[in-house]
Design a protein around this ligand. Structure first.
Ligand SMILES: [Ca+2]
Length: 233
């Protein structure tokens, strides 16, 4: 190995470690009753049936070009019985819920998935909801990466391209995001105005990592490390 090559390898290694040490890591339990449309300050239920509980709110370290990754497991149930994991299930073949105040709606196949939304700092109550993310088919839950906008509810699932398998998916954090909110998009039969949280049971154990302005090389390396750690676990 040439000196030049070993020095380059060392620099890459140190940069990777620096990124890893600054990454924001955490764990949170997202109850099946966690209302994604409430931004942690209220639990709206315009569709009736109960607004559930406050969504999980994670205050993000500031930065630009941040990337989030997730690893989620556990089981959640709807109307007492049917259960599924964080990638969602067949309680309803699809979810179609309109926006609530400044938070976008959520439309896609399956139901009961772990979803998230990035929120900016300050009072958002007077802001207009953006259009929803596009999830036209099951394959749209299996992408390598996603770029949700502020206040745009996005699919997380178990955080991997498959269900319980595959590689970690990268979620690019919109610049200006101050909070990451995690919860469930629920409605009567998962269609129509949000509500019907109060008969939900269980929840999702969710680990998250937000990598600050990593540069693509360090991000790829850190995601690889995370994947390797999970495979050993
Ligand atoms: Ca998945």
């Amino acid at each position: 190995m040439s000196n030049a090559f070993s020095r380059a390898a060392l620099v890459i290694g140190v940069c990777g470690l620096a990124s890893a040490s600054l990454a924001q890591n955490g764990f949170t339990y997202v109850k099946a009753t966690a209302n994604i449309f409430g931004y942690g300050v209220s639990t709206p239920q315009p569709g009736g049936g109960g607004g559930g509980t406050l969504a999980n709110v994670i205050a993000l370290n500031s930065g630009t070009g941040r990337v989030a990754a997730f690893s989620s497991g556990g089981q959640a149930g709807w109307a007492g019985t049917n259960v599924n994991g964080p990638d969602g299930g067949n309680f309803s073949a699809n979810t179609s819920i309109p926006s609530v105040g400044p938070i976008s709606g959520f439309n896609g196949p399956l139901s009961g998935q772990l979803v998230g939304v990035f929120i900016e700092a300050g009072d958002i109550s007077a802001l207009t909801a953006p259009g929803g993310m596009s999830y036209p088919d099951l394959a749209s839950y299996q992408q390598a990466s996603y770029t949700p906008g502020l206040r745009q509810v996005f699919f997380i699932g178990d955080g991997k391209t498959g269900t319980g398998s595959g590689s970690l998916q990268a979620f690019f954090v919109p610049d200006g995001a101050a909070y990451l909110v995690l919860g469930i998009a629920d409605a009567f039969g998962f269609n129509g105005q949000t509500g019907w949280y109060d008969d939900n049971v269980g929840g999702y154990e969710t680990s998250y990592t937000i990598i600050p302005a990593p540069g693509s090389l360090a991000a790829a390396g850190l995601l690889g490390l995370l994947a390797a750690r999970r495979r050993r676990a």
